[in-house]
Design a protein around this ligand. Sequence first.
Ligand code: COI
Length: 356
Amino acid sequence: SPASSLSPKHEEYSYRNENELAEINWDELRFGLVPTDCMYVMKSSQDGEFTHGELRNFDNIKLNPSSGVLNYGQGLYEGLKASRKREEGGLLLFRVEENAMRMKMGADRMFMPSPSLDQFIHAVKLTVLANKRWVPPHGKGSLYVRPLLIGSGPILGLAPSPEYMFLVYASPVGNYFKEGLAPINLLVADKTHRAMPGGTGGVKTICNYAPVLKAQMQAKSKGFSDVLFLDAVNNKYLEEASSCNIFIVKGNVISTPATNGTILPGITRKSIIEIASDLGYQVEERLVPVEELSDADEVFCTGTAVVVAPVASISYNDKRYTFKTGKETVSKRLYNTLTAIQMGLVQDNKGWTLEI
Ligand code: COI
């Protein structure tokens, strides 16, 4: 029937691509959308319960022009990765329950109902398995999974949407920055702020991202990789870059801005804090004044998309601070330790990966 051709059964998706790989050049993967086979869609009913989730062919979605997300930005997104293990070919999801919990927290802030943790994890698993042939070969990249929660129902006056849609799609990705794994250069934004106390900087709402585009594009037009934001109250403390968290290294001490509501509580950030502590570094979550850049040994950024990106320089007020990069760095050590867990190269003693 037409209905079943639009939404084939889950099993059909899960087994159809079991052992084949999509025919693309895996060596040229960047961080850009490569459309895959399917996406997962689930809507909430009037009482806020999500039901009847299903896999569908990856395609455009229909939205009412007066939907809450299009008019008032009622929306959240998440990001996580699936990697292919070396030998067995199994797939590993990294800390998916953390994403599920973060979406719940964000949904509360944006006054939306959210799928349960089990529904979220189930939807991600189904989407990844159904797109298995798009998970890059071991070492060539990963499948980036993008869950979305949006106000899909019509609303004209400012109020919560009467209906919500939870969507999961995926794309194979390589390195986030055009520099690849090479060190990046950041520019401190002197006139724009990303978040303010009481705002939404600490949740992954779609509303946090478009407002940074102008500063990001200005920085890119001057040759920088990304822009780094300072706090909105004092214009003095480091917050984060437009797409990732930031850490500075001085001797054995690794510092990162504390999550106080204006900083995105990154899952890679949290993982790196734990890994660095395990490796014997002293990790401090605190206010980090921008002046500390002047005597930092190293700086690096973390995020699901960027992983651990070494920072070669940060420009601020006509000064350019430079930092140690290369093989013998703390950031390289942390990158290696994290990615070994994500790719299943070492035993995961932390229970961070879920094999599917
Ligand atoms: C991620 O790292 O997953 C993000 O959500 C950042 C995004 C700008 C790609």
